[in-house]
Design a protein around this ligand. Structure first.
Ligand SMILES: C[S@@+](CC[C@H](N)C(=O)[O-])C[C@H]1O[C@@H](n2cnc3c(N)ncnc32)[C@H](O)[C@@H]1O
Length: 247
């Protein structure tokens, strides 16, 4: 089981695989008032930047689970680089099937809610890992503005506008599912650019170095089309991380 190679190529040397920049990740860690010794579980942990930097900055300990062998290896390297390898571990596997050793203080899934078939199912998976009164972090897209046409909807990788809520709809959903929203840190257009636009240079450098690769045609088409899709979507698609505690 592994993530297709094109994801690894596109992400290149990015450390945060979401429309967050390092400042927003740090703001989130401060906002939720982590305490030294808190335990975290991060499902779809990518290259482990959340756990590694929060272990360094807040003294937390935790486990990340990711289906990508390349990202899991990068996360372990990052933990060693930041001197936190004794406090964070990274497991390669399916996050939906992962059984933690014990209940955690914070259970997170940033940008991978398909592991539970959407927000309600993913909150169910995260809730199972949580100690009583613990906190969930969920990272999810939403409509900043109503998309004006189908082209914009498709540019957002949605099949229909119903694929995403607007922000009020998402907040209503959290409440309907029995959760208090207790904090949130939203991406903005600049932090989206740091994620989306970084892919273009990653792709271009890879294409220059690998013209004969079997993925070259597909990734050439992606680089040709993706900048226009991004500028079509950047005013419309938002993304944020929402901190929730069960009522
Ligand atoms: C958008 S990235 C977010 C990564 C990380 N949370 C971050 O913010 O940098 C989604 C991640 O989910 C992982 N993923 C996708 N499906 C998964 C699954 N079933 N189990 C574990 N990880 C999964 C991918 O490998 C990828 O690292």
């Amino acid at each position: 089981m592994d993530l297709p190679r094109h994801h690894v190529i596109r992400e290149g040397d990015l450390r945060i695989l979401n429309p967050y920049d390092p400042g927003k990740l740090a703001t989130l860690g401060q906002a939720i008032r982590l305490r030294p010794g808190d335990t975290l579980l991060d499902l779809g942990s990518g290259k482990g930047e959340l756990l590694c930097t929060w272990a360094r900055d807040h003294g937390i300990a935790g486990t990340g689970v990711d289906v990508s062998t390349a990202f899991t290896a990068a996360a372990r390297d990052r933990a060693a680089e930041l001197g936190v390898a004794d406090r964070v571990r990274f497991v390669h596997g399916d996050a939906a099937a992962f059984v933690p050793e014990g209940p955690v203080d914070v259970a997170a899934c940033l940008g991978a809610t398909w592991i539970g078939g959407g927000v309600p199912g993913t909150l169910g998976i995260l809730a199972r890992a949580l100690r009583p009164g613990g906190m969930v972090l969920v990272g999810e897209p939403y409509w900043r503005l109503d998309p004006p046409d189908e082209e914009t909807v498709r540019a957002c990788h949605a099949s229909a506008r119903e694929d995403f809520h607007d922000l009020a709809g998402l907040v209503t959903l959290f409440g309907d599912l029995g959760w208090d929203l207790v904090e949130m840190v939203l991406a903005d257009q600049d932090s989206w650019d740091r994620y989306a636009a970084a892919h273009w240079l990653n792709l271009r450098r890879w294409l220059d170095a690998n013209p004969g690769d079997e993925l070259a045609g597909e990734l050439r088409r992606e680089l040709t089309g993706e900048p226009l899709r991004h500028v079509r979507r950047r005013e419309y698609l938002g993304w944020g991380v929402f901190a929730l505690i069960p009522r």
